[in-house]
Design a protein around this ligand. Structure first.
Ligand SMILES: Nc1nc2c(ncn2[C@@H]2O[C@H](COP(=O)(O)OP(=O)(O)OP(=O)(O)O)[C@@H](O)[C@H]2O)c(=O)[nH]1
Length: 613
């Protein structure tokens, strides 16, 4: 028996857990639905509340006119060995009610809390546990009474709404239906039996309860119903005599009423032969035993569902990440692992596994050549400017053969134009890399739960990129300077030969010296410098990308987080912990899943323990 009692206790615990987790049926197969439960169904004023109170042996249900029960009341009865009776609500777990009038008020208040005073109904259950030496272990669900008309202040839809809610409970194959019908009405018109017949045609999960036997017309009795001849069910019918309205008004004690009920059956000449199978106490025992039997049968399927859910929760935990270790070694390891994960994604971007790296080539292929093309050499090497620069360089003594100084100045000043595009390439690649860091962080699945570490990695990466940019800038500017520092001699030697050749072929020796200072002379200098600069431009167009890749891209791939690694390695435990701070929403989600998992696991352990006994 101890094992059987623990079975119902177990189901009670799982049911409460379900409500805490917001699972009270609905979509799909939930644990709640896998659990057997007893739903009390009946028309208005059929005596549902009276039966429930009688089973509990306490007055605790709200009374009144109209539809009083507007939310399902999950009533869990826990038999205790001894001690005072008390009640507890799941929504106020710290509060113990020993005054059952206060329980009644709390049910009414809690009903209004969700439905408002509007007299609407809600399918969110109220959970009430009653601990008492005088109850049997049992879970009963009190549902709104089936009605045919809406009363004032209630929407017309309430009739259908109630039926739909009651139906949603009783149509579950695991629901045991406690169908309450008043004896002073034709059983054929009973709302409870009508509904039960629909959802449970074979009658295997319906318990028929006949109330108000004392109110039957003189000369009639309900023996045909109670012996199963009027309407056949798999389980025996139970007759009940509750307190009348007059008894309630006179505050007749419920235990006194129970005694009177017993006496009623024992002394009845019509029901005397059935006395041992009648009354609310017998009903409670009958239901409890049946519920235990059913739970035992259902254990394999409940267990299967629990195991399936545990697997799902574990998978979900894997997806959002397990809790992090607390010792500094493990934390450091986690941080480094996360950094490496990020680094992998970043490299994939550069190497073409992910998009974005191609934009660096775009800088070299479009941006740099376009910028070079736009340099204002036409203006700088115009006849006028060449003339001006060369004359200034000559000073008081005009050049004799070739304007060496003038050439130098023109070439140097032209080359300095290359600084702009060189630096622009460095910056453009820098921004591509920075963008790739940002992208890689958001694409690193593992990092998603660690906003602090993500920010740290971003900052460290950007610091490194900044350093690489500086180095790269120095290098490309150096390439440009190198072009000024030593000119390609062959180029000018070749030039020197050409005009002479031309002059010889022109046979125009006498004009040579005059020519030297004419427009043509300066035009030639301009075009020579322009040709030379063109050559330099070709060289730089090739060498700037090499320098940029060498200093920025290659370094980013090789050593983006090196400095960060050294810094992290030196950090104290506390700092490491801070770096692994998680998004509060995620932490909440994880702890919710962990809680759920814990619940399901302990349910499984308990079921295992009970099932093996
Ligand atoms: N004489 C007598 N009166 C009963 C019996 N059962 C219930 N009553 C009375 O019938 C009325 C309705 O009983 P309840 O227990 O409130 O019925 P209910 O189905 O819970 O009603 P609603 O919650 O309004 O749907 C009350 O006045 C009870 O005193 C019974 O067996 N005998």
């Amino acid at each position: 028996m101890a094992t059987l009692e623990s079975l119902i206790g177990l189901v009670n615990r799982i049911q409460r857990a379900c409500t805490v987790l917001g699972d009270h049926g609905g979509e799909g197969m939930s644990l709640w639905e896998a659990l057997p439960s007893v739903a009390v169904v009946g028309g208005q004023s059929s005596g549902k509340s009276s039966v429930l109170e009688s089973v509990v042996g306490r007055d605790f249900l709200p009374r009144g006119s109209g539809i009083v029960t507007r939310r399902p009341l999950v009533l869990q009865l826990h038999k205790t060995e001894s001690g005072t009776e008390y009640a507890e609500f799941l929504h106020a777990p710290k509060k113990r009610f020993t005054d059952f009038a206060a329980v009644r008020k709390e049910i009414a208040d809690e009903t209004d809390r969700i439905t408002g005073k509007s007299k609407q109904i809600s399918n969110v259950p109220i959970h009430l546990s009653i601990y008492s030496p005088n109850v049997v272990n049992l879970t009963l669900i009190d549902l709104p009474g089936l009605t045919k008309v809406a009363v004032e202040g209630q929407p017309d839809s309430i009739v259908q709404d109630i039926e739909m809610m009651v139906r949603s409970y009783v149509e579950k194959p695991n629901c045991i239906i406690l169908a309450i019908s008043p004896a002073n009405q034709d059983i054929a018109t009973s709302d409870a039996i009508k509904l039960a017949r629909e959802v449970d045609p074979s009658g295997e999960r319906t318990f028929g309860v006949l109330t108000k036997l004392d109110l039957m017309d003189k000369g009639t009795n309900a023996v045909d119903v109670l012996e199963g001849r009027s309407y056949r069910l798999q389980h025996p019918w139970v007759g009940i005599v509750n307190r009348s309205q007059a008894d309630i008004n006179k505050n007749v004690d419920i235990n006194y009423a129970r005694r009177k009920e017993r006496e009623y059956f024992e002394s009845s000449h019509e029901y005397g032969h059935l006395a041992h199978k009648m009354g609310s106490e017998y009903l409670a025992k009958l239901l409890s035993e049946h519920l235990e039997r059913v739970i035992r049968q259902r254990i394999p399927s409940i267990l299967a569902l629990i195991n399936k859910t545990i697997d799902e929760l574990n998978a979900e935990l894997d997806r959002i990440g397990r809790p992090i270790a607390v010792d500094s070694g493990a934390q450091l390891y986690t941080i480094l692992e996360l950094c490496r994960a990020f680094d992998r994604v970043f490299k994939e971007h550069l190497d073409g596994g992910r998009p974005g790296g191609d934009r660096i080539y775009g800088v070299f292929d479009h941006q740099l050549p376009a910028a070079l093309k736009k340099l204002p050499f036409d203006r700088h090497l115009s006849l006028k400017n060449v003339q001006k620069v060369v004359s200034e360089a000559d000073g008081y003594q005009p050049h004799l053969i070739a304007p060496e100084q003038g050439y130098r100045r023109l070439i140097d000043s032209s080359i300095s134009y290359f600084r702009g595009p060189a630096e622009a390439s460095v910056d453009a690649v820098h921004f591509v890399l920075k963008e790739l860091v940002r992208k890689s962080i958001s694409e690193t699945e593992e990092l998603r739960r660690f906003p602090t570490l993500s920010a740290d990695i971003a900052a460290a990466s950007n610091d490194s990129l900044e350093r690489f940019r500086e180095e790269s800038r120095r290098t490309v500017l150096r390439l440009v300077e190198m072009e000024s520092s030593y000119l390609t001699v062959e180029f000018f030697r070749k030039l020197h030969l050409e005009p002479e050749k031309n002059q010889n072929s022109n046979n125009n020796n006498s004009n040579a010296n005059i020519d030297r200072y004419s427009d043509n002379h300066f035009r030639r200098i301009g075009s020579n410098v322009s040709a030379y600069i063109g050559m330099v431009c070709d060289t730089l167009r090739n060498s700037i990308p090499k320098a940029v890749v060498y200093c920025q891209v290659r370094e980013a791939k090789r050593a983006l987080l090196n400095t960060f690694y050294t810094q992290v390695g030196r950090r104290e435990k506390e700092q490491l912990g801070k770096m692994l701070d998680e998004d509060p929403a995620l932490m909440e989600k994880r702890s919710a899943i962990a809680k759920r998992l814990e619940l399901y696991k302990s349910a499984r352990d308990e079921i295992d323990a009970v099932a093996w006994k």
